[in-house]
Structures are given as structure tokens and as C-alpha cells.
Unconditional design. Sequence first.
Lengths: 307, 329
Amino acid sequence: MIGEGLQSTNQRKHSYVHDRVEVGFFTDPSVCIGCKACEVACKEWNQVPDDGFTWSGNSYDNTGHLGASTWRHVMFLEQDRPKGNQVTGSMGLPFDQQSIGNQQSDLSAVGPAEAEDPFRWVFLSDVCKHCEEAGCLEACPTGSIVRTEVGSVLVQNDVCNGCGYCVVSCPFGVIDRRPEPLHDAGGAFKCTFCYDRQKSGLVPACAKVCPTESIVFGRLDDLRARGAKRVEQLQQSGYKDAQLYDPTETSVRGIHAFFLILGEPEAYGLPPKPQIPTIYLKSAWISAFATAIASIIATLAGFAFFS
Amino acid sequence: MTNGPQAEQRLEHLREEAWKKGVVPGKGVDVAGGPIPRKPGYYGQPVVKPPVWTWEIPLYFFFGGLAGMSAVIASGAIIFHQVDLARTAMWVAAVAGAVLSPILLILDLGRPHLFLNMLRVFKHRSAMSMGAWILSAFGACAVPGLIALELHARQIFPGALDQLLRVAAGLLIFGSAIFGTLLATYTGVLIGATAIPAWFLHRVLLPIHFGTAGLGSAAAVLELLGQRIPALNFIGFYAAGVETALLVWLSFDKHGAADRAIHEHASGWLIRIGEVLNGPLALVLRFFAFVPFAAISFLLGALVSRIGWIAVGKVSGADPESVFAAEHY
């Protein structure tokens, strides 16, 4: 919490790995200032290659999306609706030189916020969700992707042979195969939850550097309580569209890096109902077995009746 | 941009494009409060990641299906004492399934030298893991099965040893037929159980299509290799008939934006061309007894539709609207 100084869960040493406590990230765009320190810290600590220096033209987002070399991604949403009770636009003030100079301008002339070009700029630092039921982990044929003591999902780089099946199995489009000619190309990469740091009792790099504690690291149960409280607080202050994004109702059964979002998840490129692909296995295998049997019967029938 | 006629022209152009397409490509045009419609989702970025697989995977689907079902035909031929056909079929199964398929799969890996890591674990909830084991088991049956069959057919060893070879060949070929049916159909499960909307919405159709296309391809290859027998012709009719039914199914089982990659774009055309070639066209050609042409048409269709399904995955995965639309199914 801001103001706790070194006592904040983002700064103090911990023994979660040793104690096998489930930990997570809570990311809150209502206090994010879009500084991208999390992106930089992640790249520096994990020695992730750059992802090209190009201008996307999409607000201040030149990173684009999460991928093999982007494990934190700050989104910049420009939306034509007000943020909480904030008033944007001309505030209803007449735009001539005289009245701007006039300190005694009539404040009763201020119109309702919605009537005046409402605008908001929302920043959200996206990251691997470390699903309770992880599609990538289930899909991995080498056992390279494992669940750690703190409940995060980790890719063991030295085991991964780059088959690419986790890429299409992630319902959030997080993990990706790193292309040539980058360092360590060919393997699948994503956020490690700074497992190496956590083993030494350190906080993940992104949370450590976040200057506003928009990214909070801590015990999952504490964070869930904190998130619920924060939503309530924001609702009361006029952020009517504040909600938690933590799909516990779907087959993903909740995520360990969850978000507070303003508005609908689609605007953040988050699927409203993410599903783990293993739920499709049963019907697909039944179809496969039926086809196998039908093919054998057709073959035997061919030989039996047409020989 | 400076003031002037170019700037005005650019704006006119943008307005016209927005009017026609609903979306304008180009940097910096996706803004709030502007007259130009915004892209879906977050600046039109994909929600799920499209597959990273390249040309090796559709070819593997083709050869794997062909090999697996060849072993089934070989088993049928063994049961009905057609040793010559069984030998040809087992050669096809061994070359396509135990040589070409593993090579293609290893080539597609990001780190080919670590391909043996596939056999570190056995995970029934991972279709990729199951596939690696099925392919290994198939190869382990088909290659010794072929060797035993050839040794028996050429009467290399005398007496009791030959009898032993005969039994071993039979068992191994039946084994390769069992794993072969799985090899031909699991690929449908592999792409059906993913987060790609156009794939998972057709997870029941895909194994039927891949398996049946494999069976028809095996019959077609054997016919082209000179095995023109009525049994293979019947299998050809069966496969082309099922593929025709699947074409009809696919044209009725539409899910709007969620699987539009199957019905629109170049990927949609690949699917359609593939399905027509191995469905109705192969059926008609076979009906008029143009067997070699029917076989070629079916093989081409089986290959093109496999390429098409991977292309569909790439288009569907890159389309954020397809993911949002798929939430409703």
C-alpha cells in the first residue's frame, strides 16, 4: 500500500516460495500513470530482447501486445467517456479572451460532463495471468511448463523444444515462440513471475519498480480482498464501470494475476469468458474414436463385399 | 502533416476508406471521439495468438493421415489374403509414417535438436503429447511389421522361423493399424482443442475430416501405385461420400464472426477448394470410373484442405472479433 514505505508488500523481503503460499499480482489502472517502468524493469532483470523500436500510432503504446519478448505490456486506452466524475473539454467556459482573463467567471455556466466531449485515458499493465487452470501447462508435451510452489506457471527454457502448441492453447494470447534471430530463439517464452527473484525472497521486478503501486504483489487472498475493496471505493467515487477482471466462473477458474478494469474487458483485448482448451478434448476424442472405428469398418466392408 | 492540398486529400481518402470498409488501416487513425470507426478490441490486436506453425504441419497432417490409414488397408488385405496389396500398403505406411512424418514434425520445432523431449512425459490431457506417443508407437509397429512381412513374402527363412515371422508380421501390422487410425484422427483433436475459435468450434468435424481424408488418400495412393481393386474403389467412394457430407455440414454449421475465417478470406477459399476436390469432384470422377483422376483429385483436396485449416487458424487467431463472438457458442 502506498505510504507503507519499505513495509509495503511490494518492497519487503518474503519467504512465500519456502512457505508455499499462493501469490499473485493485482494490477489497478486507476492509479497507473503509464510510465512503463514495469516493462523496462522486466526486460532488464530477465534480459529479454527488445521488440523493435517502431511507432505504433496507437496512443503511447509502442509495445503492441504481450509476446515472447514482452512480458509486461502497458496498454493505453483512449475512450470517449468520462473517467469517474472527471470533467473534460472546455468545462463550458466561453472561449473568448476576455472571459478567460476574467477570474470571476460564472461557474454556474459549467455544463454536465457528458455533454462536453467526454474523454478518458486509461493505462493498464498487462501480464501473464498465471491461470488456476492453465492452457499452456496442460498443452505442453515436454513437461517444460510447470506449476511452481507459489502457484505461478513457469516455462523451463532448457526443456522447451519449441513445438508451439502452448501458443494456440493460451486463451489470453500471452505465450509465444521467440523468432530467429533473437537470443534463445525457437523456445516459448512468457512472464516467469520472476521465479528466480522470488526464490531469494525478492519481489518480482515489475512490482518492485512500480512507482504508484498500480502493480501490487502479495498473497493471493490478500490481493483478492484488496481488489474487492478497491472496486467498492472506486464505485463510490463515481467510477461506475469499475470491475474486477478475474474469470473464476469459467473453466480457467480464476487467474493469479488479476486486474481492475474500467469498462468492458473487450476494450483491453481480454476475452470476457476465457476457457481452457482441454474442455474441448472429450467431444473431439469421441469424434476421433468414432472416425477410427468407422474407417476400420469401411475398409473391412470393402474387402468383404468387393473382393 | 502540413496544411495544403495533400493533407485535404489524405483526409478525403481516409473518410472514403472508412465509409467503404468500416475500418481504416494506418498509424494513428484509431482515436476516440473521431469520425473514423475504431478497430475492435484493443486497437484490433489479436486476443489469442495465431499458430506459429509453418508449411511442415499441414504436410505432416497429410502424410500422417495417409500413413495411418494405409496400415488399416494393409490389415484388411492381410485378413483377406491379399499379400501383394498388404506389402505395398505397408511400404506406404512406413515411408510416410515412420520417415516423412517425424522429419516434418522435427523440422517444425523451434529447437529441433530437443525433439526427444517430447517423450519425457505422457500427458493424456495434451493432444500434442498423445500425438508424439501415437506416432512413435505407429513407427515402432509399422517398420518391423513391414520387415517381417517382406521377409515372410520372400521366404528368406525356412520352416518354423517363417511361421514365426508370419505371426509377428500379422500382429505388428494390426498394431500399426490401431495406432494408424489414431495417427490419422488425433490431428483433428490437436487443433480442435485449442483457443482458436474457428478450430474449437469445429472440434467434432475436424477428426472426421482428417481421418476420412487420410483413409481416402491411402486408397488413392495405392490405386495410383497400380493396385486397382474393387475394395479400394469402395473405400474411395466411402471417403469422397463422407467428405461431401462434411462440405454440406460445414456450409450449414456457421457461427458468424466466430468462424468467418472458414467462409471468407483466402483461407476460406482453400477450405472450399480442398473440400470440393476431395468431396463431390472425387465422387463424380469415381462414379464415371475415372479412377486415377478421382484419386488425384482426392489427394489434392486432402492436401489443400489441410493447408486451408492451418490458414484458417492463422486468420481466426489474429481476428479479435472472432474470439469475442465465440464466447456466445
